[in-house]
Design a binder for this molecule. Structure first.
Ligand SMILES: Nc1nc2c(c(=O)[nH]1)N[C@H]1C(S)=C(S)[C@@H](COP(=O)(O)O)O[C@H]1N2
Ligand SMILES: [Mo]
Length: 368
């Protein structure tokens, strides 16, 4: 006789890939990935919108490149981890009664918020790396705000689950062997770890040059330095002979800049969108320019460009960076005069600075 048809129940799901032991382990990895992603995201935000107390060092030159690489890589690694985590707990959807008590309702609600916010962060992040913005909101603001929602919900979740987590991570008793052919807990954890590792490898090449060949998602950085905003899109055409660089009250022609002592350095452009690329830049030290213009050493300046109204037409360069001898107004890249797309006649290139702040087509340094 057939059993009567009934909806599935939580106890129907007997695979060892469900349950607290798997869930707590994957949760631990996911917590680490989220923690790294949140911390490096906050840093990046802090550098771009510094509070009065915040200073970001200009050395080592690759510091921002590394923190941004960790941000993108940990975010990408979190995607397979999140999916595996949801797999491990989805039988709970069939737990009855749906709501047992007020605390239970709050707990379930917080998990819903956590999942929604996590998907929002990971998906918008991936779309940003792909430079695809199929939505109406401004990515940085939304991605930043929802990060707090996700992190808050995560902390609540960990606090609520602490006893279960502790028990699941320390228990040593063996569970019954899974039916032959079924995926064991170990097999599931290894597969999940493998998927996260593959995701990391597919992404880190955007940051680590010698891993570029294995990084299918890092293809944007395959050759040379990518251009995010072209001169044409920025409304900048070949600067005419009337171009001058204004520094405080002083003015410099392009020939005067070329006649000044030149510094050559290999420095990266580390874009917030997940790629970074090094180039050899040659140009004038910002510190020298400020000195010639009679501006006190270590002053912060605003860097203005020829661009009329782009979001990144103007940036603030803090004193730690103006004082650094590797902070340049570059005239040349990889031995040749800057192309218009890379910022001709001159562009800012400073160590350990987000790409979005490496202002191109500079026309003025205004002392703040
Ligand atoms: N004036 C201006 N400078 C700019 C931008 C811009 O939109 N306008 N984009 C920035 C961004 S987002 C990056 S990643 C770098 C890229 O420099 P590149 O085009 O030379 O690679 O330029 C930066 N400088
Ligand atoms: Mo960028």
């Amino acid at each position: 006789m057939k059993p009567p048809v009934r909806p599935p129940q939580e106890t129907d799901f007997t695979s060892p890939t469900h349950g607290p032991r798997v869930s707590a382990r994957i949760g631990l990895w996911l917590g680490i990935a989220f923690g790294l992603c949140f911390a490096t995201g906050l840093l990046s935000h802090g550098i771009q919108h510094p509070a009065a107390w915040f200073t970001w060092p200009s050395r080592p030159v690759n510091l921002y490149r590394i923190t941004q690489g960790v941000h993108v890589t940990s975010g990408v690694a979190a995607i397979p981890l999140l999916l595996a985590k949801l797999w491990s707990v989805y039988p709970k959807l069939f737990g009855r009664p749906v709501v047992r008590s007020v605390p239970h309702a709050l707990e379930r609600g917080s998990i819903f918020v956590l999942i929604a916010a996590s998907f929002f962060e990971l998906l918008t992040g991936v779309f940003n790396v792909a430079q695809n913005y199929p939505w109406a909101f401004f990515f940085p603001t939304a991605h930043y705000a929802v990060a707090y929602v996700a992190t808050g919900a995560l902390l609540v979740h960990i606090a609520v689950k602490l006893p279960v987590i502790r028990e699941a991570l320390t228990r040593t008793t063996e569970e019954p062997k899974p039916a032959t052919g079924a995926l064991s807990r170990r097999g599931f954890l290894l597969t999940t770890g493998g998927a996260a590792g593959a995701a990391v490898l597919a992404t880190v090449g955007g940051t680590v040059p010698w891993l570029r060949d294995v990084s299918v998602l890092g293809s944007r950085s395959a050759t040379g330095v990518p251009v995010n905003r072209r001169a044409e899109a920025a409304g900048v055409s070949t600067a005419d002979s009337t171009w001058r660089l204004r520094v405080g009250d002083a003015e410099f022609t392009l020939d005067e800049l070329r006649a000044m002592p030149q510094t050559t350095a290999e420095l990266p452009i580390a874009c917030v969108e997940g790629w970074s690329a090094s180039a050899t830049w040659t140009g004038v030290r910002v510190a020298d320019l400020l000195d010639r213009a009679g501006v006190p050493a270590g002053s912060a300046v605003r860097v203005d460009s020829l661009e009329k109204d782009g979001l990144y037409r103007s940036t603030t360069l803090p004193g730690t960076h103006t004082a650094d001898p590797l902070t340049l107004l570059a005239l040349r890249m990889d031995g040749a005069t800057l192309t218009l797309d890379h910022g001709y006649p001159c562009r800012l290139i400073a160590p350990s600075r987000p790409g979005v702040l490496q202002t191109k087509w500079v026309s003025r340094l205004e002392v703040l």
